[in-house]
Design a protein around this ligand. Structure first.
Ligand code: NAP
Length: 248
């Protein structure tokens, strides 16, 4: 997988899956634009990657900030050839009856509507080039229900639908779109789970352990690369077998 000459924008590039994927893409030659809110983490990430990386601080839930970040990225590294729309939040766990409508709206805005905004922003250049690739981060909640998490589940079902819609519409125009589905991948959020609960989760994963960001990043890089040139509209789980199992 060679990404020389390609510019890939990664939202949620300040930590976890987005950061590790950006590092991998850059190590294979891509210029990467990292977009997230925490500027100090973006600065650290860019210092670690080197001249192939640039950071643009933005809240993706604010359209003006997202548009400005994507414009600045294109000004720095040229037209965006790949978009990894990965930023997301969990939305909190509360019974549906008591779920705060404002939290529901914000979760849909950050996890789903911002992905649409980003796609809409990068598509014209991709269509003009007759070449582009979009990868969206879904979740097992893109394909299954989960108690007490209605906003997140709705948003992640939404991004899978959005991916399929874009894939079908853009296929004749040379633009691919796919959705990557992380299972339990060790990141900051999962680090906060108490050890005994982590143990229980691992027992329900057919492989009996959580994944790491590098394992997710390899599949993300494949889907973003020309090696996947005939792959579009797909969802690909990196989950140790959870979704295909009746153990959970
Ligand atoms: N890890 C897993 O097991 C797992 C499972 C299912 C799905 N996912 C999905 O994977 C994606 C990445 O999460 P992660 O696991 O890597 O966790 P993470 O380390 O917490 O990363 C989340 C990223 O999203 C960014 N972000 C959140 N809200 C944002 C906003 N309003 N504007 C801009 N950036 C925002 C964060 O950056 P800032 O805080 O700096 O803004 C951070 O870079 C998410 O979409 C998540 O739903 C992860």
């Amino acid at each position: 997988m060679d990404f020389h000459g390609q510019h890939i924008a990664v939202t949620g590039g300040s930590s976890g899956i987005g950061l590790v994927t950006a590092q991998l893409l850059a190590s294979r030659g891509a210029r990467v634009s990292l977009i997230a809110r925490r500027k100090e983490l973006l600065d650290e990430a860019v210092a670690g990657i080197g001249e192939r990386a640039a950071g643009f601080a933005a809240d993706v839930g604010e359209k003006d900030q997202l548009d400005a970040a994507l414009d600045a990225a294109a000004a720095q590294f040229g037209p965006i050839h790949g978009l990894f729309a990965n930023a997301g939040l969990t939305g909190g766990f509360t019974p549906a009856v008591a779920f705060d409508p404002a939290v529901f709206e914000q979760t849909i805005r950050v996890n789903l509507i911002s992905v649409f905004w980003a796609i809409q922003k990068v598509l014209p250049a991709m269509i003009e080039a007759k070449n582009g690739v979009i990868l969206v981060t879904g979740s097992m909640a893109s394909k299954r229900g989960m108690a007490m998490n209605p906003a997140y589940v709705s948003s992640k079902h939404g991004v899978l639908g959005l991916t399929r819609a874009i894939a079908v519409e853009m296929a004749p125009l040379g633009v691919r779109a796919n959705c990557i589905i992380p299972g339990f991948i060790k990141t900051e959020a999962l680090d906060r789970i108490p050890p005994e609960q982590k143990g229980k989760i691992e027992q329900r994963i057919p492989m009996r352990h959580m994944g790491i960001c590098e394992e997710l990043a390899e599949v993300a890089a494949f889907l973003l690369s020309d090696a996947a040139s005939h792959v579009t509209g797909q969802d690909w789980a990196v989950d140790g077998g959870v979704l295909e199992s009746i153990e959970v």
